[in-house]
Design a protein around this ligand. Structure first.
Ligand code: BGC
Length: 785
């Protein structure tokens, strides 16, 4: 979608400018801060409000009343989301007046002000027959103007409330700019780091991901999405998108019902249970039917089983793409398949708009199905309060963006997202006694890369680079030397377009200043080397077939290591990287991901020991690309372990570089022996497991104690070798001990069989309380009838 998005920005900019002098954009409230519909509700015709216009009526009644008044064309209009790129402004206005557009994608955020949105909204509510308001959507993925760390990074904080807090800010800023609805959170489980969109999700664990999904929904929607500083959330991409074959974006997925229910669906279910009002149907083909025409997932599971009351929007043109997938012969068939499967609103492509009228009139698409889809869309518009407050306060955005609490949170989140992967001889935190620090590598001075993918509203000037932050935090008698060494990639293109409307800039590649960087390293007492991958290699349509460091970065690394001094590597990337040489030779590795606009400050705080490195991986780091997909919660084989005939790789180890849950602190922790309150648990009852956790080092530090379970023999299908079912993040002073205990119920022991039945079966279970998914010794208990 990327290039198309830019076109939209450019187009919309011209509309916005033209609109100011163009008479088709007339009307509007007298005050720019008014948000309510004023005298133009058709009171004048019948002397009272119609039911659907009356805020005191229940939503269902208002929807029924409105539906009854709508023509077929108006109904179909409610099922189309425009990207604004395809019409001229005048044609667009005519379409709005005819009730032919339900929603805009990105239109509201064009210049970070609601001006354009309000103009379009005025046409819809004042000049169309029924005055149905538009709903404006936007991809606020990890912030709006205040860009937070990428979601994968935030997930490593093991603190779902962090998502609630960051998405609350994202909602506030987005809403002020005129956005009602965000296409977020992305709750796709991902196990393949080649897939660029792994950056947008929470990692490989469905249980932790479900908590993050629910927290994100709460952050966006609050307790009432109609509040002016809240937005409607959208769980995407339903479903299976993260399992793309070969990690290549948009690729086919083959997921059994068993795997779908136990791994890929739980995060969506958690988001639906948290009250998300919309879902987005995915691009991928899913086990025999594209996700955007998949009645089983969209209707049987989502509506019939989960009772989802909101609407489903397709992904960008994913309905017309049913033709490319080879399941629809033409637009009419694509529309029929999409709508009857359960896709209510079509994003950008126009198969519904172009063919549904005839299909409903001919009876090939049941009117009832159409009405249901319209009902769902209208329900969400009513719930969002758009009928009663269709406009955005034109003044609010001036003060809403980049508020001090947002900046503080961005800094906190950046620090909390960092995962310390190695720390030989405690080279970190940096010593206050060192005199000279060399900050080397292509990310040292680079602000823009910090923003990561999906950050079109970030402004370069808002971003703090690591070099800026280190300069600001250095004690006065400390000297800093900065040397780039090389560019991020050696040849090819890195595209950048951070601020809306700024043209895509290509940054220079092929820089070789390694000799100068070596000199800088030789003269310093401490060396920080920043390495990683370009931010536009993460996100949509940004898959990789290699998971190493691109360009000359390994050459730079080896040259700096050859100085014989300990090298502290800081990584900026959107996916797990396969970096066994770095693991071997670096003295320390801090995974900083793409940390957002306060990334420099957050990362510097961790390097200087002001903040504690408390992040833990939520995604496995492989040793080589050949090992992927790789995830901790896999099933056993019939020949588990290592050795002959165990399924080992002939040319390398089977285990990962860093397992799920891994992360170090600046102190060490002792995990005591796990104690069970009883050797058995009764079906319907609970069991408590506990241990003593001790800070065995000399600094305060935070540990994440992780509870894993395994059902040893399951009749409905084998269970993973371990599954995360609990965690506690605990700050301990040096020498301090704390009892950590978990109470386990049937919720943690159950799973879905292939038919979707939830089973909690008597039998033997193993349990670990450990520092990561590869540590600890299991204890056993029995679940009894
Ligand atoms: C992406 C979605 C996004 C949509 C709208 C699509 O290309 O897959 O994640 O929400 O565009 O921008």
């Amino acid at each position: 979608m990327k290039f198309a998005t830019l076109l939209i920005y450019m187009f919309a900019a011209s509309v916005a400018t033209a609109a100011d002098t163009n008479s088709i954009y007339r009307g509007g409230p007298s005050s720019p801060s008014a948000t309510t519909r004023q005298g133009w509700i058709d009171l004048d015709k019948n002397g009272r409000k119609d039911i659907y216009e009356d805020p005191s009526q229940p939503v269902a009644k208002r929807v029924d009343d409105l539906l009854k008044r709508m023509t077929l064309a108006e109904k179909i209009g409610q099922l189309w989301q425009s990207a604004m790129a395809k019409d001229s402004d005048r044609k667009l206005a005519e379409k709005l007046k005819a009730g032919g557009v339900s929603s805009f994608l990105d239109g509201s955020a064009l210049i970070e002000t609601p001006v354009m949105r309000n103009k379009l909204q005025h046409i819809a509510v004042e000049q169309s027959r029924l005055g149905i308001p538009l709903i404006f959507g936007h991809d606020s993925i990890h912030g709006f103007r205040t860009v937070f760390p990428i979601p994968l990074a935030q997930a490593c904080a093991w603190e779902p409330e962090l998502f609630e807090r960051t998405q609350t800010i994202s909602a506030r800023e987005s809403a002020a700019a005129g956005i009602d609805w965000v296409f977020s959170p992305m709750v796709d489980l991902a196990r393949d780091p080649r897939w660029g969109r792994i950056a947008e999700g929470f990692g490989e664990d469905p249980w932790l991901g479900a908590l993050d999904a629910a927290a994100s929904v709460r952050g966006f929607q609050g307790t009432n999405c109609a509040d002016t500083n809240r937005v409607v959330a959208c769980l995407k991409h339903y479903v299976g998108y993260g399992a793309a074959e070969g990690g290549r974006d948009y690729n086919t997925t083959e997921i059994s019902e068993f795997t779908l229910r136990n791994y890929y669906l739980p995060q969506f279910k958690a988001g639906v249970d948290a009250g998300a009002w919309t879902l987005m149907s995915a691009f991928n083909e899913l086990s025999g039917m594209p996700a955007s025409a998949n009645r089983h997932t969209l209707t049987e599971i989502l509506r019939n089983e989960w009772k989802f009351p909101g609407f489903v929007v397709s992904d960008w043109e994913s309905v017309s793409e049913l033709i490319d997938h080879g399941v629809a012969a033409d637009n009419a068939e694509a529309a029929r398949l999409g709508l009857t499967a359960g896709v209510d609103m079509e994003m950008v492509s126009t198969t519904y708009a172009d063919t549904l009228k005839q299909q409903v009139e001919q009876g090939t698409v049941p009117k009832k199905v159409l009405d249901e889809a319209v009902r769902r869309v209208l329900t969400v518009k009513f719930e969002k309060g758009l009928f009663d407050h269709p406009f955005t306060d034109g003044n609010a955005f001036k003060t809403a963006l980049l508020q001090p609490d947002a900046i503080d949170l961005a800094r906190e989140a950046a620090a909390k997202s960092c995962v310390l992967l190695k720390n030989e001889n405690s080279v970190l935190p940096l010593s206050p006694h060192a005199k000279k620090l060399a900050l080397i590598g292509p990310f040292a001075e680079d602000a823009e890369e910090m923003a990561g993918p999906w950050s079109s509203r970030a402004h370069t000037n808002d971003i703090v680079s690591l070099a800026d932050a280190v300069r600001a935090q250095l004690p006065f008698d400390f000297q800093l030397v900065v040397a780039r060494g090389c560019s991020i990639i050696d040849s090819g293109k890195i595209r950048r377009h951070l601020e809306s409307f700024s043209p895509i800039k290509e940054i220079p590649t092929g820089t070789n200043e390694i000799a100068r960087a070596v000199e800088a390293a030789q003269s310093a007492d401490e060396i920080i080397l920043t390495l990683g991958e370009p931010r536009d290699w993460s996100g949509e349509d940004a898959s990789r077939s290699d998971l190493g460091l691109p360009g000359r970065q390994m050459e730079l690394f080896n040259a700096i290591v050859a100085t014989g001094k300990p090298v502290i590597v800081v990584l900026f990337n959107g996916r797990p990287l396969a970096i066994p040489q770095i693991q071997k030779k670096a003295a320390a590795i801090l995974e900083a991901w793409f940390p957002g606009i306060q990334g420099g400050n957050g990362v510097a705080e961790v390097l200087f020991g002001v903040a504690d490195p408390a992040g833990r991986l939520t995604t496995t780091f492989p040793r080589s690309v050949g090992q992927v997909p790789m995830y901790y919660n896999h099933l056993n084989t019939g020949r588990p372990g290592i050795g002959e005939y165990k399924g080992n790789y002939a040319d390398g180890p089977n285990d990962p570089l860093y397992p799920f849950g891994f992360g170090l602190a600046y102190t060490t922790f002792g995990f005591g022996k796990v104690q069970l309150a009883a050797p058995t648990m009764k079906l319907g009852g609970t069991i408590t497991a506990s241990l003593q956790l001790t800070n065995t080092g000399v600094r305060a530090g935070t540990e994440v104690a992780q509870l894993y379970l395994r059902d040893v023999a399951a009749s409905g299908g084998p269970r993973p070798v371990r599954e995360l079912k609990g965690f506690q993040k605990i700050l301990l002073q040096p020498g301090e001990s704390r009892d950590v205990s978990f109470t386990i119920s049937g919720n943690e022991l159950g799973y879905y069989d292939v038919k979707g039945n939830w089973l909690v079966e008597p039998g033997k279970f193993q349990l670990w309380i450990a520092k990561d998914s590869a540590s600890g010794e299991p204890v056993e208990f029995e679940l009894k009838k």
